[in-house]
Design a protein. Structure first.
Lengths: 317, 419
């Protein structure tokens, strides 16, 4: 197998494509760097000049408002120039290939490509074809990975729970289609979290889940027991009824997070969600807005984490 | 025209003969000897074997000439020592009309390189709804009928197609894959696909289709050749079915003997194949089954693909790998790994596929067609785009060093390739 395409010959972060395969030290450095940026975002003048004169291209082949916005804010707080391209409605419809789009933008002097794509592995393809001074950050590819989301989840967990070494983390819902779950699982196992569980009906748990180092549970009763951290996954509308699930109601009844089910977890458990939430489907408002919820802080931390990643790939931090 | 292939190590897998000697060809057929040759090929220090017979090689004509042409692929065939090949019907349009088959055969004949055996479409446009005019197609030269990589999802149609083919004793070559279970899948449904977030095709997409196929074979008596078996469970079912005496034969893609889903690495689109590369356990079972005879033969499943169609995210990349020029070295590699002698190894790409095809080639004995390959089993070469004559340079083996290099290829007593 080839060398990890995310690291340069000195073992430093060249691209961020997936949490899988990244050494613990690099993950730690990202979290620590993000922590140092957290102060910046609370200041009056929320800017540092680390990426001044650099161009960040947000290349979104799949619609997203929140992730694109947080990348944009992060880049601007690092003083970079940000160009947003909603490719989903432009050139690819004219038949231009992914690599042609990237080559054209590269000719406009890009430093960082933030890529979201509906196909698993697309950012790896882009990373293989960019120039040595260009960096690729995966903002979500198919079902494969969403590493900055995984990192901000790790950041959030560390923020509230300090030590990864004794935690039980439960990830609930549509694991099959979730890049968020895959990225988080790799991060948690890299940090040595002793118990990572995934909870969902068999239809939403991928075939090789156990091999990722998680315990597969099919009931909330079993899966939430003693959990320190509960991560709810988004259930896409189009999967709520069909061959995977009979209805959103039935899903909610068995796997939706309610105050009652949350009581199975530890008393000080935190509840996370990558957003956007489907209230009343995977999570009830009583939990989403309740005392255990850290869903909004996740969004805030996400900016610092993305600042850290951008500054590290460029080599400014 | 008389041709003498002199002083080589002559291996006839059909009889197991392996001895240094001469092979004499007159009027296109192997003869006992005698007479003055018009031409002599010096085979000293080289292996002389029957030309390879490949039961699945896409020549991309008609319809996909931008990916490859008949000419480039026939060059690739003889450069790989392949003297006979069967081409699947998934051209554009598919080989579902006698005129298309006739044209293909004529074009192939005009190029006078390898022998081409068209496999006709089992259903019109491969759509799985209406039967093709099989008898007409057979008259035009189709040696069997197939759906290529497009499963028939309607079991009523599949049943009738097998009945109809059995009526005329036409062989039917089918891949065993349940259309619904394989829908949208791009990789073996296992650990690797889970990790990479790729939609999976479970191994039971194959075993369910096999079970269905076996029942239909029992019901109809059709002669079925199972193409590209891919899983350990599928192999086990085939072993039982053959033991039970079902009229079945079977092949495996040469890549599946050497690669597994682990080789997908970081989304290597060259490993996007149909059927998907499965687990290492499956790979091991396939390699063992080819050795023990459960699987009759290995095929290249040659599929030249445009570079642009591989420079895409894994799931969007066009499936397939170029294979005609790798069939011999990869078969030799398999034989070395299974500790087989050369005759046993070569049988899987010569005499065994000849039996499936029902042709007289694939052996070295008086009266057999004068199709030979002369090769150096020890010569190492590195697979690189410049080394390949096929228009498709899409292979997972790029950069890999393989042993086995063709020196001369002979079809009907004519030298059609010389290195």
């Amino acid at each position: 197998m080839q060398r990890n395409p995310q690291l340069n010959e000195h073992g430093e972060l060249q691209h961020l494509l997936s949490i899988e395969g990244l050494p613990r030290e690099i993950l730690l450095k990202i979290l620590d760097t993000a922590e140092s940026f957290a102060g910046v975002t609370e200041r009056d003048i929320k800017k540092v000049p680390l990426l001044r004169g650099k161009s960040v291209f947000n290349l979104f082949f799949e619609g997203s408002t929140r992730t694109r916005t947080t990348f944009e804010i992060a880049a601007k707080r690092l003083s970079a120039d940000v160009i947003n391209l909603n490719v989903a409605v432009s050139s690819t419809y004219k038949g231009e290939s992914l690599l042609d789009t990237v080559a054209n933008l590269s000719a406009m002097q890009a430093d960082i490509f933030v890529v979201r794509h509906g196909s698993s592995g697309a950012p790896f393809l882009v990373a293989r074809h960019v120039k040595p001074h260009e960096h690729v950050i995966n903002a979500g590819d198919g079902r494969h990975a969403h590493p900055t989301q995984g990192l901000l989840d790790l950041y959030t967990i560390r923020h509230y729970k300090k030590d990864f070494g004794a935690l039980t983390v439960a990830i609930v819902g549509d694991v099959l289609h979730s890049r968020v779950a895959r990225s988080l699982i790799h991060g948690l196992t890299t940090f040595g979290v002793p118990e990572v569980r995934v909870i969902g009906p068999q239809t939403l748990i991928p075939a090789g889940a156990a091999a990722l180092g998680v315990r597969v549970c099919h009931s909330m009763r079993e899966g939430l027991k003693g959990a320190d951290v509960v991560v709810m996954l988004r259930l896409q509308n189009e999967r709520m009824s069909g061959a995977l699930l009979p209805s959103a109601q039935e899903f909610n009844k068995h796997y939706g997070m309610t105050a009652e089910k949350l009581a199975l977890a530890k008393a000080d458990a935190i509840v996370m969600h990558p957003g956007p939430m489907n209230r009343g489907v995977e999570i009830d408002s009583a939990v989403a807005d309740g005392p255990h919820s850290v869903i909004l802080p996740q969004v805030t931390f996400g900016i610092a984490v993305r600042m850290a990643v951008m500054s590290m790939v460029v080599g400014g931090a | 025209m008389k041709l003498l292939v002199k002083g080589g190590r002559v291996i006839d897998p059909a009889s197991g003969r392996d001895a240094v000697g001469d092979v004499f060809i007159a009027d296109g057929k192997i003869v006992q000897g005698g007479g003055t040759p018009d031409r002599t090929v010096d085979a000293k220090g080289l292996v002389v074997a029957p030309g390879l017979i490949d039961l699945a090689a896409r020549l991309r004509e008609p319809g996909h000439e931008h990916k490859a042409t008949l000419e480039s692929e026939m060059d690739a065939a003889v450069a790989g020592g392949v003297t006979s090949l069967a081409c699947p019907p998934d051209t554009d349009p598919p080989l579902d009309e006698p005129g298309l088959v006739d044209m293909l055969r004529r074009r192939a004949k005009a190029l006078s390189r390898a022998r081409v055996y068209p496999v006709g479409a089992l259903t019109v446009k491969l759509e799985g709804r209406q039967l093709t005019e099989m008898a007409e197609l057979a008259e035009a030269g189709c040696v069997a009928f197939s759906q290529a990589n497009v499963p028939v999802s309607d079991t009523q149609v599949l049943w009738r197609a097998l009945q109809y083919a059995a009526t005329f004793d036409f062989p039917v070559w089918l891949r065993a894959e349940d259309a619904w279970l394989a829908k949208d899948g791009v990789a073996h449904d296992g650990e690797v696909a889970t990790r990479l977030g790729l939609a999976g095709i479970p191994a039971f997409a194959e075993t369910i289709a096999l079970a269905q196929l076996f029942e239909l074979v029992r019901a109809t008596g059709a002669r079925v050749h199972v193409c590209r078996v891919s899983s350990a469970a599928g192999v086990a079912m085939l072993r039982r079915a053959r033991h039970d005496g079902l009229p079945l034969t079977c092949d495996v893609g040469i890549h599946h003997l050497h690669l597994s889903d682990m080789d997908l690495g970081y989304f290597d689109s060259h490993c996007r194949l149909e059927p998907p590369l499965r687990s290492q356990r499956d790979r091991e079972a396939l390699a063992a089954a080819l050795a023990d005879g459960t699987i009759d033969c290995a095929v290249s499943d040659h599929t030249p693909v445009d570079e642009d169609q591989k420079l895409l995210p894994f799931a969007e990349a066009e499936p397939g790998a170029t294979g005609l020029e790798l069939l011999l070295p990869l078969a030799l590699k398999w034989g070395v790994e299974r500790k087989l002698n050369l005759a046993q190894t070569l049988a899987r790409v010569t005499s065994a596929p000849a039996r499936v095809l029902g042709v007289a080639s694939g052996r070295i004995e008086p009266g057999a067609p004068g199709d030979l390959v002369v090769f150096d089993p020890q010569a190492h070469w590195r697979v690189s785009p410049g080394e390949l004559r096929s228009q498709g340079r899409n292979t997972p083996f790029l950069g890999v060093e393989l042993a086995g290099r063709v020196r001369t290829t002979i079809v009907a007593g004519h030298v059609v390739f010389e290195a």
